[in-house]
Design a protein around this ligand. Structure first.
Ligand SMILES: Cc1cc2nc3c(=O)[nH]c(=O)nc-3n(C[C@H](O)[C@H](O)[C@H](O)COP(=O)(O)OP(=O)(O)OC[C@H]3O[C@@H](n4cnc5c(N)ncnc54)[C@H](O)[C@@H]3O)c2cc1C
Length: 379
């Protein structure tokens, strides 16, 4: 089997790569899932186009964020950030809640490129399926946070955080709000979320890093505590039932140093292309996929080198990713104790929180980072 391009892994990044490859390119997308994007291992939120213009100001064209109505099951208007002592910081912020699996399927199927589904690939100097090498001029490594291609090529490593999520029915809170909670007992080293999908359905989950947890605690206990006992969340879920469960990992780090290795390019989670302080990777994977598809098409026409991909995605997204990582590192120092989190957040206003959620660094945050070794002694 000979192709111009093999897109190895068809999640968000792979689907958007296929979509943006020229129609005359002979490409195939391969995925182990029979039904793309399913089961949904994601909270499924993405900022509105207006918010993406603020989040990624260096991106030339934000039209990719004009998400068709059919994929957006809910539109939320604010974040409610809840501290361990129950203090709430509410920030206006427009988000879409997606049917992410349907979006991935539709984008991949309508790309016009071939799909091979239900097949697991390996990598050995090329993509291998069922023991057979699939030759191609370019390989797109879009195989997610646990990328087998990255591991086989030794292309870099990064920190990942486990996450667990329930889809629940019977949520009784504000369907226009996304709730984010922090507290060592519910989301050690991360945050817990309630994301309303409309009609009482909600994605309810926790990001949980074991090294931040109390002895004997784990992600399963933490999620059930969040749902059934945590005084600040359980009231809204008291009549809700669990419809499905997933466990997955999300990168919480900076992108890998290099994303083009000869004819192999890395996109999305496989390259840790996330806004790490909020664990967001859908919009960045979409953008990376679009840039990958366009650059590869030009490359195959002899108009550029594949290295252009590296230049373009970094120009469009690196700064907000670095800012997110800066905040995440501060969070790592706070998250060791709930009392410390509460004390630090006394310094954080609604305006600061609004900037932080948009991956900006207010001067106050930069100063606090500098002073942290001293502040930690008091806090
Ligand atoms: C619980 C959770 C909640 C999240 N919530 C949000 C959120 O609300 N908003 C947000 O922006 N981000 C969120 N994220 C992060 C976001 O889901 C990812 O950053 C994004 O999906 C990355 O897309 P991707 O295409 O790079 O990887 P993936 O979506 O993981 O796609 C990789 C694909 O490769 C396939 N694959 C992997 N290995 C092989 C193999 N060997 N053979 C065949 N196929 C293979 C997989 O089946 C998969 O389809 C969340 C993550 C988690 C875990």
């Amino acid at each position: 089997m000979d192709y111009d391009v093999v897109v190895a892994g068809v999640g968000v990044a792979g689907a958007f790569t296929l979509m943006h490859l020229s129609k005359n390119v002979n490409a195939v997308g391969i995925d182990r899932r029979e039904k793309l994007g399913y089961p949904v291992e994601c909270g499924e939120i993405i900022p509105s186009k207006k918010e993406m213009e603020i989040l990624l100001p260096d991106l030339d064209d934000h039209s990719i964020f004009e998400i068709p109505e059919k994929f957006a099951v809910n539109k939320t208007e604010r974040f409610v950030f809840v501290l361990p002592d129950g203090r709430e910081i509410e920030v206006d912020f427009d988000m879409l809640v997606l049917n992410r699996d349907e979006m991935i399927q539709s984008v991949a199927e309508n790309s016009g490129h071939e799909l091979i589904l239900g097949k697991r690939f390996d990598y050995s100097d090329g993509i291998v399926v069922d023991g057979e090498r699939i030759s191609s001029e370019v390989i797109v490594a879009s195989d997610g946070a646990n990328s087998v291609i990255r591991r086989r090529m030794n292309a870099g490593s990064f920190e990942i955080s486990p996450a667990k999520q329930y889809v629940m029915e019977g949520f009784e809170g504000d369907e226009k709000a996304i709730y984010m909670y922090v507290g060592r007992k519910i989301s050690a080293g991360g945050y817990a979320w309630i994301i309303p999908k409309g009609n009482g359905i909600a994605n309810v989950g926790v990001g949980f890093r074991q090294e931040y947890a109390e002895k004997g605690d784990n992600i399963h206990i933490a999620l059930d505590r969040f749902v059934r006992k945590w005084v600040h969340s359980s009231e809204m879920l008291k009549n809700a039932t669990v419809k499905s469960k997933i466990g997955a990992v999300v990168p919480v780090d900076r992108p890998i140093r290099k994303t083009v290795f000869g004819k192999v390019i890395f996109t999305g989670d496989s390259a840790s292309m996330v806004i790490s302080h909020v664990g967001a990777g859908i919009p960045t994977s979409m953008v990376a996929g679009r840039i990958a598809g366009e650059v590869i098409s030009e490359y195959l026409d002899g108009e550029c080198s594949l290295d252009l991909y590296e230049t373009l995605w970094r120009k469009a997204m690196l700064k907000p990713m670095e800012n997110g990582y800066f905040i995440k590192r501060m969070w790592d120092e706070m998250a060791v104790r709930d009392e410390r989190v509460v004390r630090y957040f006394r310094l954080v206003s609604k305006k600061d929180m609004s900037a932080i959620l948009r991956s900006k660094l207010p001067m106050k945050v930069k100063i606090a980072r500098f002073l942290m070794p001293f502040l930690n002694l008091i806090f």
